[in-house]
Structures are given as structure tokens and as C-alpha cells.
Write a protein that binds this ligand. Structure first.
Ligand SMILES: [Zn+2]
Length: 396
């Protein structure tokens, strides 16, 4: 940890569940101590970087009733152990709610569920009914006497007609006392300026590999070797590393995803377009998965670029160093740069509602080809890759 990080680290991080992001934690802690918690926060950052965890930490911070420790001292909130902290962690606190597109619909005022689990799973946008329900809730006094915290995870996913935004804006303009609204989005530019200007902005970025490794060992109980490998693959996103720690198949799926990228890179145009179509179809069901796949492409070409310059320390896909090194050796000087730029352009296109199939086909046309001999040697070496043809999430 550098001196600066040490200076930024909150004095006591015991009850915080957020890994890394010490500046953001300190900012919230100081605001709370000064009685200056805002009515609305906008937390931005990539998928699985820790936005939701930080939002829940904020909910714990403002609702904590610290339990004295074994020496009789009150720890600073969030203590992580008192009733409110515990209920928030178990998603059982009456005044803290996370809303995403899959949140069940409840009748306004009746509170009874009015949507089926199938409908909830299929929904891809936060509905105007979600907002109406929230508008009803925020005018009730908090049941537990603390603060009502409403977290919109994926706040950029509102119906394009603007009705959701207008409704939300109304609440942001006249926020009821004792209510904190937290919006979580990959990037602020996805929200209308009128909404952004009502919120305190907290920007999260990828955190260090060391912080993730430390978190996996301390909080996740991972053994050091596993922690080191997962931290390296996590690309600065603790959520990804923790998901992989819980799911032992993640590493396998990740290996298969890398292989799929290499096979596609060595394939002819027909093979590439088949891949593009598969992913384009997936986009309507699970955008995040598609963005993760593009990140995987970027990480592979970044590794190739590093290996071209014989920088091995920072390679992310370490298990593939030998094969990627061979790609680097035979490829053109500019291949990696062209690939990385093309992938970034495709991601940008998808984010701005380009037609997925067209965007991905253009990407497939622009990506440099890698020698098929390299892939054949991998397939021979690794033997039987699963015949499962479902399109699976790259991990971790
Ligand atoms: Zn507490």
C-alpha cells in the first residue's frame, strides 16, 4: 500500500464490505460524521467493480446503531454487527431496497406482489411502476427509524420514452427528509443531465490486484494461490473475483471462453460471423455478459501487445502466455493496436444502441487473423473441449 493509499484508508474499515475504493469510503464516512449525507448519490463504474456493495455500505453507514465491542467501545459505523447492519446485509431491512430491472412488481400501497417470477426474469428495463412504488414508499416514515435508502442498480436502464426519468426526477427535486436515493450506472453520460445535476457523484474505477487478492484472503477465506490467480483475472473488479471464488466452474468457463476467442480469431469469415450472431442474440438477454466477452477480447489482445514488447509481468491471461506469445511473435506490429481499437469501437457502438449484429460483424471484419496452427496446437494439447454449444459467460 502506498503512503497515499494509507492516508486515504478510513481509520477503521472493519464494518465496510467494500473492497478497495478507500477514497470513496472516506468521503462517505466524513460526510456522515459531519451530518452531510446527501439526498442523492450517483455511483459510476464498470460492472462488478463494487458499486452495489458501496451503496449497501452507505445504507449500513446511515442506519447503523453500533454495538459496543469487547472493550465496551463503540466502533465507528458501519459496524457490520448491529441489527440494522445485519438486516441490510441479509436484504431484510424494511427501509433499504435495491431496485433493478428484475425486481418483482408490488402493488402500490398494497405491497403485494403482482408480477410472476418469469415476468421479472424477462424484464430488461426498470419500469415506471418500480418508480411509482418508490415514490409511494419514500413518503412513509422509515419503519426502523433510521434512513430510507433506495438503490437503483442499472439506473440507466429506463424506458426510452423518458417517463421513468421524469418520475424519478420529481423525487430528486423534492427529496423527502430521511431518504437517500442511490443511482448505480456504468457511466454518468448514460443519464440525463437533469438527473446527474441533482446527485453527488462518486466515480469508482478498477482497483489494484493486491487489494483484490487481500480481500479474497481476508474476507473470502481463499487460499493465497487461488487468491493470486483470481485477482489477476478479475481485471480490477472485486465482484468478479468473489463470484469466481464461489463458483468453481468459473475458471473452466474462462478457459473455454479464451479458447473460443482464439478459435474465432483464427477462423474464416463464416466462422467469425457465426460467432458475431451468437453474441448479438445474447445481447438482448444479457448485455453485461456481452460486454464481459468484449473485455476478454481486449485483455487477450493487450496481453499479445505486452508480449510483443516482452513485458511478461503484467500479462493477465497467464495460463495462455505461451500461446499468446506465439501470436505476438508472428503477428504484425500493429495487430494488437488495431484489435484493441476495434473492440473499443464496438463496445462504444453497443453502448450507444448500435444494432448488435452489425456492430459485431464489423468488429469481426476488422480484427486481425491469428495463425490457425496456434489454435490447432492448443486444441490438440488440451484434448476434448466440451461439446456444449450453449453460449456461456466468460469468467471470471
Ligand atoms: Zn452497525
Amino acid at each position: 500500500m502506498s503512503t497515499m493509499d494509507a492516508a486515504l484508508a478510513p481509520p477503521e474499515s472493519g464494518g465496510w464490505q467494500t473492497i478497495g475504493h478507500s477514497a470513496a469510503r472516506l468521503y462517505l464516512q466524513r460526510s456522515h460524521e459531519a451530518g452531510r449525507i446527501a439526498h442523492a448519490y450517483l455511483i459510476t463504474g464498470p460492472d462488478q467493480v463494487g458499486k452495489r456493495t458501496l451503496a449497501l455500505d452507505l445504507a449500513r453507514l446511515v442506519n447503523c446503531t453500533p454495538m459496543p465491542d469487547m472493550f465496551g467501545d463503540d466502533p465507528s459505523p458501519p459496524c457490520g454487527r448491529c441489527g440494522p447492519c445485519d438486516r441490510i446485509s441479509r436484504d431484510a431491512h424494511a427501509d433499504v431496497k435495491v431496485i433493478d430491472p428484475h425486481t418483482p412488481m408490488r402493488g402500490v400501497s398494497s405491497g403485494t406482489r403482482v408480477s410472476t417470477p418469469e415476468q421479472d426474469a424477462k424484464r430488461s428495463l426498470i419500469s415506471i411502476d418500480h418508480i411509482r412504488e418508490m415514490q409511494h414508499d419514500v413518503h412513509l416514515n422509515p419503519f426502523e427509524g433510521g434512513r430510507r435508502v433506495i438503490i437503483f442498480d442499472g439506473a440507466d436502464r429506463m424506458s426510452p420514452d423518458g417517463s421513468g426519468w421524469n418520475a424519478l426526477l420529481k423525487t430528486l427535486e423534492e427529496p423527502p427528509e430521511q431518504v437517500v436515493i442511490v443511482l448505480l450506472v456504468p457511466s454518468a453520460e448514460l443519464l440525463p443531465q437533469t438527473v446527474i445535476s441533482r446527485c453527488q457523484l462518486i466515480e469508482l474505477h478498477a482497483i489494484s490486484r493486491e487489494e483484490i487478492e487481500h480481500g479474497l484472503i481476508e474476507r473470502g477465506g481463499a487460499d493465497p494461490d487461488n487468491a493470486a490467480q483470481l485477482a489477476r483475472l478479475a481485471g480490477g473488479r472485486p465482484g468478479r473475483a468473489f463470484a469466481a471464488l464461489k463458483d468453481e466452474t468459473t475458471i473452466d468457463r474462462y478457459q473455454q471462453a479464451v479458447l473460443r476467442v482464439l478459435v474465432t480469431s483464427a477462423g474464416d469469415i463464416e466462422e467469425r460471423f457465426r460467432y458475431a450472431n451468437e453474441i448479438a442474440r445474447e445481447f438482448s438477454r444479457n448485455r453485461d455478459m456481452v460486454f464481459r466477452e468484449l473485455e476478454l477480447w481486449t485483455s487477450i489482445w493487450r496481453d499479445i501487445l505486452l508480449l510483443k514488447h516482452e513485458i511478461t509481468d503484467s500479462v493477465v491471461n497467464i495460463a495462455w502466455t505461451e500461446h499468446l506469445g506465439r501470436v505476438a511473435k508472428v503477428g504484425g506490429d500493429d495487430d494488437a493496436r488495431i484489435a484493441i481499437e476495434a473492440i473499443a469501437k464496438a463496445a462504444e457502438g453497443l453502448r450507444h444502441n448500435g444494432m448488435p449484429r452489425v456492430v459485431l460483424e464489423v468488429l469481426m471484419l476488422e480484427l486481425p487473423t491469428i495463425p490457425s496452427g496456434i489454435v490447432e496446437s492448443i486444441e490438440l494439447g488440451e484434448g476434448d473441449e466440451s461439446s456444449d454449444d450453449s453460449w456461456d459467460a466468460p469468467g471470471p
